[in-house]
Design a binder for this molecule. Structure first.
Ligand SMILES: NC(=O)c1ccc[n+]([C@@H]2O[C@H](COP(=O)([O-])OP(=O)(O)OC[C@H]3O[C@@H](n4cnc5c(N)ncnc54)[C@H](OP(=O)(O)O)[C@@H]3O)[C@@H](O)[C@H]2O)c1
Length: 185
């Protein structure tokens, strides 16, 4: 039981985490930088949303988490959002370090980890698949089945020809993409 899960960003991995969180029985709070992106995450199952570009992230997560707090934070963004997210975790909550799309690698005061008895867990998919091939096979079977059943959208925001790779990268850098951007050879 995942409980209350906060997911940052509505890009490739963020959107997947929103959909997977719902499939695994969590109540999902999607956090992103525009109301358009948040409406998009609601279409994909998010129960609650927080616009971290204009709202106080810590205050919003504290309010949504109530007395218990947030159980899991899934963070592929990093930067200024990491510390408020850890501060909103509940007792024995878990903060998942997935990526640093915002650019800055956050530094955290470790007293927060002590006081909440919480976990900070790195999630490095590629390395994990090499080290845990059986678990990866089992997990991939679930993911492929959920895709076949239409339960995971793997939403594609835009498809670019290979010759327009620079434009595709610019769309990502400009935070335009909702879901994935695909390059077609
Ligand atoms: N650990 C792993 O195994 C693993 C696997 C895949 C990817 N990753 C990492 O996860 C991160 C996200 O990957 P992704 O494919 O989801 O990328 P993406 O589609 O570009 O999404 C990243 C999101 O980060 C947010 N963001 C905040 N500040 C940003 C900035 N300055 N520039 C760009 N985006 C910014 C944007 O959402 P808002 O506008 O809503 O803030 C954006 O939608 C990357 O760092 C990637 O390397 C890790």
């Amino acid at each position: 039981m995942l409980g209350l899960v906060a997911v940052f960003g509505a890009g490739g991995v963020g959107l997947a985490a929103v959909e997977l969180g719902k499939l695994m029985g969590a109540r999902v709070i999607a956090c992103a930088s525009s109301d358009e992106k948040l409406a998009f995450t609601r279409e994909h199952g998010a129960d609650e949303t927080v616009n971290y570009a204009k709202d106080d992230l810590r205050g919003a997560l504290k309010r949504l988490g109530g007395e218990r707090g947030i159980d899991v934070v899934y963070d592929p963004v990093g930067g200024p959002y990491a510390e408020p997210a850890v501060r909103a975790l509940g007792w024995e909550g878990r903060y998942l370090v997935v990526g640093f799309a915002a650019g800055d690698i956050p530094k955290l005061p470790l007293n927060l980890v002590l006081l909440k008895s919480c976990d900070i867990r790195g999630v490095l998919w590629g390395a994990w698949t090499v080290r845990e091939p059986k678990a990866q096979h089992a997990l991939m079977s679930d993911i492929v089945r959920w895709c076949a059943e239409g339960k995971l959208s793997a939403h594609v925001h835009a498809v670019y020809p290979l010759a327009e790779t620079a434009a595709a990268l610019k769309a990502i850098a400009d935070r335009k993409a909702m879901g994935k951007i695909v390059l077609r050879p």
